[in-house]
Design a protein around this ligand. Structure first.
Ligand code: SF4
Length: 579
């Protein structure tokens, strides 16, 4: 991956593509690339939807190679939701396709002229940009249907739905999966709105004539990748739990731990959790025609945590909803029907919405009395309001914090304006530290302390005690930043945290690919470098330690069943970035 594609959307006569050598950004990929470009090229005090912001799309360093589970695609920008720097990544097939075509990054920049929407086509022959007003305001699934006769089903598409075009702060960027469906989303932080502000509806990537990326040291690469896959297969989470039940294996686990936020974060257990469990979800998919509980979001993943959900008659409904989606639209809203959750997941993907932000926003709307907790039809209608851009939909589409403000509520479970995911910070305190201090706003993937607090992966830190949480979150945030640069899926972390030989095999796979001799310390240094750039950007954008806090009511309202509050002192939170 030795080139960067820049698209100046403000060029005279329409967006103009320029391909340049990777230059100063050599050796960067995924989050390292998106963060460094935003850090160097975007003024921290700019408006996220203005001409000075840029949208950076970058495959991970290993994407497009034969390394297992390495197809993550990062997008980065200044976030319209949080006002901070943002990186959000997704699986799907586009990272591998861009990697095979040699693109280390695609950067959308400049000031959109007029109201036209454009599509970008990238293949081994170059880049074509065309006006695509016939695609305007199409939801993602309709868009894909319209593209099929033109490009076939072997291409990868990166797109926005109606929410991104309307520049909503909870809009996502979709990436197609191996079945050519727009199911994998860079969801967090309103990245879809930045793509919408640049007037680009979709990028179609055709790598059918491009070969898989070849390692510099093929023997070492092959052997290390073999050991890496072996390690993934032998770990209980990556070898059994995730392939069998998907991420929703966590519903029963978090409920048992009293860390499952219910009714807009009022209780820590949900009495109907069994009706939403991963066990029931997998069983249902096995028994329904067309259902598939074990499936890869891209080719070459040894874990295969994703799946396909069909209705009672065997008709495709959506991909297997992730744990965070089942929680946000399910238990958090008092909805206990997996088919209703699947419908909501489909609508989020179709309109191009972050399922976490959308579910938490509906929970806030339920608390405000817009609809009742448990009202699945009402929730579906609210997502339609967002997708269609009605006045109410525009409020909800601006996210949970804005919705709470519009309805005069204190109880908005957000940090830096971004909704908390599916783990209550009072009874899983390590994740609370990550929510508070992450450079991204509340984000479980930024430092997944749930692994050590609850799953006892990578050690054991009591989730209910203050001791050790800041250090745990720091170490995980550093490791995650580095992992997000590689293109390896975050889920490999379960195996590499517990099995030193699997961590070594992963590092050796990178070394074999690039002909390097990186050590574990170099990986830590890369993670620290990324976080320092992100923190520096945020500081210049106006964020200080006072923003690294949870909403006060989490320190005031005890959570059942443990009757605990979030009591990690501010001094501890302020130590997280001491490195
Ligand atoms: S583990 Fe799951 S999310 Fe990660 S790459 Fe594999 S299928 Fe995709």
């Amino acid at each position: 991956m030795d080139k960067i594609l820049r698209i100046d959307v403000g060029a005279q006569g329409g967006p103009k593509a320029t391909v340049e050598p990777v230059g100063d950004y050599a050796g960067m990929g995924g989050r390292a690339m998106t963060t460094m470009v935003v850090f160097k090229e975007v003024p921290p005090d700019c408006h996220p939807l203005g001409p000075e912001n840029k949208l950076v799309i970058s495959p991970g360093l290993m994407s497009g190679s034969a390394a297992s589970s390495s197809g993550r695609l990062s997008v980065g920008c200044k976030s319209p939701l949080t006002g901070t720097i943002k990186e959000s990544n997704a699986g799907g097939t586009a990272a591998q396709a861009l990697g095979r075509l040699g693109y280390a990054a695609v950067i959308l920049e400049g000031e959109r002229q007029g109201d036209d929407m454009y599509k970008v086509f990238i293949d081994d022959q170059g880049v074509k940009i065309e006006k695509a007003n016939d695609l305007k305001m199409l939801p993602n699934y309709d868009l894909i249907e319209k593209l099929k006769p033109v490009y076939g089903e072997k291409v990868s598409v990166i797109s926005i739905g109606t929410a991104g075009e309307m520049r909503f702060s909870n809009s996502s960027i979709a990436v197609t999966d191996p079945e050519f469906r727009p199911t994998r989303h860079c969801g967090r932080g309103g990245v879809g709105a930045v793509m919408g502000s640049k007037g680009i509806k979709c990028l179609v990537v055709d790598a059918s004539n491009a070969k898989m990326r070849q390692p510099v040291n093929p023997e070492a690469f092959k052997e290390s990748n073999r050991k890496f896959v072996e390690g993934l297969k032998q770990h209980a989470v990556t070898g059994q739990g995730l392939p069998t039940y998907g991420t929703n294996v966590l519903t029963n686990v978090l409920n048992e731990a009293g860390g499952y936020p219910t009714y807009n974060f009022r209780e820590g257990r949900y009495k109907h959790h069994q009706t939403l469990s991963g066990e029931l979800q997998a069983e249902t998919m096995k028994n329904r025609e067309g259902g598939q509980p074990t499936h890869g979001c891209h080719r070459g993943c040894a874990i295969q945590c994703s799946g396909i959900w069909t209705d009672k008659d065997g008709n495709y409904m959506t991909k297997q909803p992730e744990y965070e989606t089942v929680w946000s639209h399910g238990g958090n809203c008092g909805i206990s029907d997996l088919d209703a959750v699947a419908k909501l997941d489909y609508l989020d993907d179709n309109y191009g919405l972050d399922t976490i932000e959308m579910g938490v926003t509906i929970g806030v709307a339920m608390e405000a009395g817009v609809i009742e907790f448990g009202d699945a039809e009402g929730a579906i209608n609210l997502v339609h309001e967002v997708g269609k851009g009605t006045p109410l939909g525009r409020i909800l589409g601006a996210g949970a914090a804005t919705t709470a403000r519009c309805y005069g509520l204190e109880r908005a479970p957000v940090v830096k304006g971004q909704a908390m995911p599916a783990y209550d910070p009072r009874s899983v305190k390590g994740i609370g530290v990550t929510y508070a201090t992450s450079t991204m706003g509340a984000d479980h993937t930024a430092g997944y302390a749930v692994a050590t607090n609850i799953l006892k992966v990578g050690g054991d830190v009591d989730p209910l005690k203050v001791e050790g949480q800041a250090e745990l979150s720091r170490n995980l945030q550093v490791a995650t930043a580095a992992l997000d640069a590689t293109g390896f899926c975050l889920f490999v972390a379960f195996a590499i945290l517990d099995q030193p030989e699997t961590f070594s095999a992963m590092v050796e796979t990178i070394n074999g690919m690039y002909g390097l001799s990186m050590t574990g310390d170099d990986v830590v240094a890369l993670g620290q470098k990324i976080l320092k750039m992100e923190q520096e950007f945020n500081k210049k954008a106006g964020f200080g330690p006072e923003h690294d806090r949870l909403p006060r009511y989490f320190s005031r309202e005890p959570l059942t069943p443990h009757n605990v509050v979030f009591d990690v002192p501010s001094e501890e939170l302020d130590k997280v970035y001491n490195f």
